[in-house]
Design a protein around this ligand. Structure first.
Ligand code: FKS
Ligand code: ZN
Length: 676
């Protein structure tokens, strides 16, 4: 079984720097690597990773993405004089050469390929390469934007050529557009390139027309290039997550990659002098977590930009700690996307509507002109953090944010409550339902169960479920799993307990038909989301959501698409905005969700509540136990296979709920206010 996280770093890559004065390049310093690595060491993260050595790339590898002429030209740079280097540099944009940069550039590729090899041979599950020079701007015959060779583009070509990889997803979360990667795969449907980037209606570097949302790829590759332009600075966590929920993840699940490569630039984080965005370092924990459910967990993150050394180091730590499997921190203040982000989201979804089934229903924007043509506003709007041009320089130093507290990792990962006749689950701590519940608790349980008569054994199991809850609350265990005699009763019981004794918000996700008694308690103490295959009455509360999907033959791939549509487009945005302290996930027999989709749901929900998920299955569902436990323990979740079109009925059901709820839950929004 694949486990472990590779970390690839070599100090040699710090051994080049800018040798002359160039304001455009002065931010790209060797310390970017040293502070990142030091932070990983200081947080005990480097020590937990599998240390994989770097190597030099071969000519043949470089030629996977570059021309012979260009390679031969770069090969000469180690022997150039300072003056020659300056002249050589001048033919390219925003980049510098140094006698040792060719050597480092070969190591940067080599590090990336070592990572890809480690992941694809199963030596590790995932990993990160800390490299300099970065790669995503470099082109077939050109250096650009601090980049000499295109590390990630080469890696994608390499993975296809040397490993049995059919589809590669490249996620470029750097704040700049990796136009080099876009050019490399523009007409290639086997590589899906996604990039968000500061654009400001083409005013921001590299100021390319082809960075806009309407560059979707060419020929056979049409639909496989996704650009999300940020037309304002100050984008926040909500903006980033909205794009993941409503653009990237649905398309990525439909695409079904065998490998995920991340152009992991952290200049998209708060405090960065280039990006001027306001997303906090902990958002990278969530972006990473969400991507880890794809491609059977095969994820390689490769450093690109990031120029605020504090923000960079924190963001790198968040990424690596998540790759290692530690629970993500609770995301800070998700207030919903800003108007400008919504405009971009709406435009991208509309531009990709012809290519992806998951976007078939996307609403067209009122005006579908490219970003460049639309009015350029400088103030108001956004999150109100638009910078005042001239004062930028002074303000930079003043950006402050709260460092994410170190993560709480409970001593036990998964505890299970199982009937005596069920074989114990590997890796799970068994919670003996031996403790006799106190009389008053028994009485409460009996009262809660109303007319349902339950035997002592069942009462004990229910009591154990409550014990699991308590243990999660006290951080003694991270998550739990229980096999209960009757799921709806167990939910009611757990919910009642939660309402009475827990201070935390509880998210209840129930996949099944039965009505569940939920107690009307203090508004908002609980969010109940039911995914069923049976029509239910009209819903009024923003805290009670039920979506009814089509009933068709079990494990029909179309149903999986419908189910994932509901999970990505409705459940996750709701869940993230609600920000629960505990998640209760339950399903009843015959709920119609296949094991693979169930594992996906279990895995995705663990990004919430610091991983505190309690899963309830009903006796008789023993076949689902092992898969669920594996998911709770952080084993890689199998991919679902390429998803087809979700049934139109399912899409409608999800849309109805999104329409009803999006004024209360802003992360559900995908459209901007029209006339402005
Ligand atoms: C200075 C203008 C600098 C060049 C920006 C290059 C960005 C490079 C990067 C990479 F990941 F490649 F390193 N303009 N005010 O961050 O995208
Ligand atoms: Zn960048």
């Amino acid at each position: 079984m694949k486990s472990g996280t590779a970390l690839i770093y070599d100090e040699e890559m710090t051994k080049y720097k800018l040798l002359w004065v160039d304001p455009a390049c002065k931010i790209e310093v060797p310390e970017r690597l040293t502070v990142s690595y030091k932070a990983l060491e200081e947080n005990g993260l480097a020590q937990r990773c599998v240390n994989v050595p770097v190597r030099q790339a071969t000519d043949a590898e470089i030629l996977l993405a570059h021309s012979e002429e260009y390679l031969e030209a770069v090969k000469k740079t180690p022997h150039m004089t300072l003056e020659e280097l300056m002249t050589f540099t001048q033919q390219y944009g925003d980049v510098y050469f140094h006698p040792n940069i060719y050597h480092c550039a070969k190591l940067a590729i080599g590090a990336t390929l070592q990572l890809v090899d480690s992941v694809l041979t199963g030596k590790v599950r995932n990993g990160m390469a800390l490299v300099r020079p970065p790669g995503h701007h470099s082109q077939r015959s050109a250096a650009n934007g601090f980049c000499v060779f295109n590390n990630v583009a080469i890696a994608a070509h390499y993975a296809k050529k040397h490993h049995n990889v059919k589809r590669v997803l490249i996620v470029d979360w750097d704040v700049h557009h990796g136009q080099g990667v876009q050019y490399s795969f523009e007409d290639d449907p086997s590589v899906l390139y996604f990039s968000w980037h500061r654009y400001e209606h083409q005013d921001f570097w590299p100021k390319l027309r082809e960075s806009d949302y309407d560059s979707v790829g060419k020929g056979k590759g049409a639909g496989f290039n996704i650009n999300v332009p940020w037309n304002k600075v100050g984008m926040e966590n909500s903006d980033y997550l909205s794009v993941f929920f409503h653009v990237l993840l649905p398309v990525a699940y439909e695409f079904c990659p065998d490998l995920v490569l991340v152009c992991a630039g952290f200049d998209s984080a708060i405090g960065d002098p280039e990006g001027h965005m306001c997303a906090t370092p902990d958002i990278f924990a969530h972006l990473t977590h969400l991507l880890m459910s794809l491609a059977g967990g095969r994820l390689c993150a490769v450093l690109e930009g990031g120029y605020n050394l504090t923000s960079l180091a924190q963001s790198v730590c968040q990424t690596v700690q998540t790759l290692l499997g530690d629970p993500a921190p609770q995301p800070s203040e998700l207030i919903g996307p800003c108007e400008s982000a919504l405009e971009s989201i709406q435009c991208v979804r509309a531009a990709h509507k012809p290519y992806w089934d998951c976007l078939k229903h996307a609403e067209a924007p009122p005006i579908s002109e490219p970003s460049t043509k639309r009015c350029k506003q400088t103030e108001g709007e956004g999150h109100g953090k638009a910078e005042d041009g001239e004062k930028e320089e002074e303000k930079e130093e003043m950006v402050v944010w709260q460092e994410s507290p170190s993560r709480l990792v409970p001593p036990s990962r998964t505890a299970a409550v199982l009937p005596a006749e069920v074989k114990p689950l590997e890796g799970c701590d068994l919670l003996e339902p031996s403790l006799a519940p106190a009389a008053d608790i028994l009485q409460t349980l009996r009262n809660n169960l109303l007319e349902k008569s339950v035997d002592e054994g069942s009462l004990k199991t229910l009591y154990s479920v409550i014990t699991l809850f308590e243990k999660m609350k006290k951080n003694e265990i991270r998550n739990g799993l229980a096999l209960v005699p009757h799921v709806p009763v167990a939910i009611s019981c757990a919910v009642k307990h939660a309402a009475e004794s827990l201070t935390n918000r509880v998210l209840v996700v129930f996949v099944g038909e039965e009505d569940v008694t939920t107690y009307s308690t203090e508004e908002g103490k609980m969010l109940f989301v039911q995914i069923s295959r049976r029509q239910s009455g009209e819903q009024k509360s923003q805290y009670k959501v039920s979506v009814c999907l089509k009933k068709s033959p079990p494990e029909d791939q179309r149903d999986v698409a419908g189910f994932m549509h509901a999970v990505l487009g409705l459940l996750l945005p709701l869940a993230y905005e609600y920000d629960p302290g505990l998640v209760l996930l339950a399903r009843s027999p015959g709920c119609g969700v296949g094991e693979a989709a169930w594992a996906q749901l279990t895995s995705l929900l663990q990004g919430l509540a610091q991983g505190h998920t309690l899963v309830l299955l009903q006796v008789g569902e023993e076949k689902a136990l092992r898969g669920t436990a594996a998911s709770l323990q952080g084993d890689p979740v199998p991919s679902l296979g390429p998803l087809g079109a979700p049934p139109p009925e399912d899409v409608e059901a999800v849309e109805r709920q999104r329409q009803r709820l999006q004024t209360s839950w802003k992360l559900l929004q995908t459209t901007a206010i029209s006339e402005k």
